[in-house]
Design a protein around this ligand. Structure first.
Ligand code: CAA
Length: 379
C-alpha cells in the first residue's frame, strides 16, 4: 500500500497550487463580490492544458484520470470553490460523459473544443420537482424527422448561463411517470433555448447557476448521447465519477479553513497570549486536521479505484458524504475560532462558511449518498 502521490501527480499539484496562489487568489474575492463568472481564469486553465484532463489525447486532451483531476479541483477550491465546481462540472460531467458515451462525431465536435475551453460544458439533470428523485423529471423529447424537439424547464445548472453546451436529460413525450431517461448534447444557441433565471444563491457567487427553459427547442437527432433510454445509466455513471470531484472540492475548501484558523489563532491575543496557546483551540485544530486527512484519503482512494478500473460507486459516495460534511464542520470551527471577526465579510472564513453549505447538497445530498452506500452494503 502506498500513500504517496507519484512524481507526476506531485508536480501537477504543485503547479496548480502556484497558479492558484499567483493568478486566482489575487482576484477571487473580487469575483465573488461582483458575482462575476471567471472567464479569464478558465482561459488560463486551458492554456495550462487543464481543461482537457477528461478528454482523450486523440481529441487534444490529456485524459489523466480521476486522481489527477481531483488534485486540480482540490487546489482550485483552496482559493476559489466557485472555479473548482465550474471546472469539476466541465471535466467530470460534460467531457467525461461524451468521452464515455459519445460517438466519434460528437467527440471530434465537442471534446476538441472543450479541451481548449472554446466550449465550456455543463450538466442539466435537475428540475424543480426532480432533485434527489432525478428520474421524476418532466422535460420531454419527441423525435421529428432528423431532429429532437425538447420542452421543459431545467434548474440548478452550474455554469448554465456561461456554458456553450449541456448534457441534458429528458424523457420521451409518451413515457410513463418513472421512465428511462435519455441524454442529449444541447448547444446553448439551439433555437427555443432560453436562460430564464440566474439563481441568487447563498454562496459560490462567481459560479453562476441558471434555470434553462426549452420551448420547442430543436436539436439534431445526431446529438443524442448513447441511445434512447440510456440516459438514466449515463447520469448515474457520470455522477459516480463527478462526486469524487465534489469530495475534492470539499477537501480544498477545508484545507483553506484550517489554514485560516491556524493563522488567525496564532495572531489573535486574548488573556495575554495568542489564542493558539489555549487547549480549547488546540483541540479544535487537531480535530479539524484529522477530519481533513480522513476526507483526503477517502477522496484519493475513490479516485484511485476509478483510475484502476475497479468498482468505485460506493467509495465515491463515501468520499462525497464524509468530505462534504467534514468541510462544513471545518468551516464552522474555523469561524468559531475567528470569533466575531469570522462573522464579518472582511475575513475569508465568512465566504467559506457559506460556500461549504452546498457541498452536502449538490451532486446528491448526504442523504442520497447514504442511500447509495447502504444499498451496496445490504443488497
Ligand atoms: N451507474 C450506472 N447505472 C446506475 C447506477 C450507477 N451508479 N445507479 C443506478 N443505475 C441504474 C440502475 O441499474 C437502474 O437501471 P435499470 O432501470 O436498467 O435497472 C436505473 O439506473 C435506476 O436506478 P434506481 O432504480 O436505483 O434509481 P432510483 O430512482 O431508486 O434512484 C438514486 C437512485 C440513488 C436516489 C438516484 O436517483 C440519485 O443518485 N439521485 C440524486 C441525483 C443527483 O445526484 N442529482 C445531482 C444533480 S447534478 C448536479 O448537482 C450538478 C451540478 O450542476 C453541480
Amino acid at each position: 500500500m502506498n500513500f504517496e502521490l507519484n512524481e507526476e501527480q506531485k508536480m501537477l499539484k504543485e503547479m496548480v497550487h502556484h497558479f492558484a496562489e499567483n493568478e486566482i487568489n489575487p482576484v477571487a474575492k473580487e469575483l465573488e463580490q461582483k458575482r462575476e463568472f471567471p472567464s479569464a481564469l478558465i482561459k488560463k486553465l486551458a492554456e495550462l492544458g487543464l481543461m482537457g484532463m477528461s478528454v482523450p489525447e486523440k481529441y487534444g486532451g490529456s485524459e489523466t484520470g480521476s486522481l489527477s483531476v481531483s488534485l486540480v479541483i482540490e487546489e482550485l477550491s483552496r482559493v476559489s470553490p466557485s472555479l473548482a465546481v465550474i471546472f469539476s462540472v466541465h471535466s467530470s460531467l460534460f467531457c467525461f460523459s461524451i468521452s464515455q458515451f459519445g460517438t466519434e462525431e460528437q467527440k471530434s465536435k465537442y471534446l476538441t473544443k472543450a479541451a481548449e475551453a472554446k466550449i465550456l460544458g455543463a450538466f442539466s439533470l435537475s428540475e424543480s420537482e426532480a432533485g434527489s428523485d432525478a428520474t421524476a423529471l418532466k422535460t420531454c423529447f419527441e423525435k421529428k424527422g432528423d431532429t429532437y424537439i425538447l420542452n421543459g424547464i431545467k434548474t440548478w445548472v452550474t455554469s448554465g448561463k456561461n456554458a456553450n453546451a449541456y448534457i441534458l436529460f429528458a424523457k420521451a413525450k409518451t413515457a410513463s411517470e418513472k421512465p428511462k431517461l435519455s441524454a442529449f448534447i444541447v448547444d446553448k444557441d439551439s433555437p427555443g433555448l432560453k436562460i430564464t433565471k440566474v439563481e441568487d444563491k447563498m454562496g459560490l457567487h462567481s459560479s453562476l447557476t441558471s434555470e434553462i427553459t426549452l420551448e420547442d427547442c430543436e436539436i439534431p437527432s445526431s446529438n443524442i448521447l448513447g441511445s434512447e433510454g440510456q440516459g438514466t445509466k449515463i447520469a448515474f455513471h457520470c455522477l459516480d465519477r463527478s462526486r469524487i470531484g465534489i469530495a475534492a472540492q470539499s477537501v480544498g475548501l477545508a484545507t483553506r479553513c484550517l489554514e485560516e484558523a491556524m493563522q488567525y489563532s496564532k495572531q489573535r491575543q486574548a488573556f495575554g497570549q495568542s489564542i493558539s496557546s489555549f487547549q480549547a483551540i488546540q483541540f479544535k485544530i487537531a480535530d479539524m486536521a484529522t477530519l481533513l486527512d480522513a476526507s483526503r484519503l477517502l477522496t484519493y482512494r475513490a479516485a484511485y479505484l476509478s483510475d484502476e478500473g475497479k468498482p468505485y460507486s460506493k467509495e465515491s459516495a463515501m468520499a462525497k458524504l464524509f468530505a462534504s460534511e467534514a468541510a462544513n464542520k471545518l468551516a464552522y470551527e474555523a469561524l468559531q475560532i475567528h470569533g466575531g471577526y469570522g462573522y464579518s465579510k472582511e475575513f475569508l472564513i465568512e465566504q467559506l462558511y457559506r460556500d461549504a453549505r452546498v457541498l452536502t447538497i449538490y451532486e446528491g445530498t448526504s442523504e442520497i449518498q447514504r442511500l447509495v452506500i447502504s444499498r451496496y452494503l445490504l443488497r
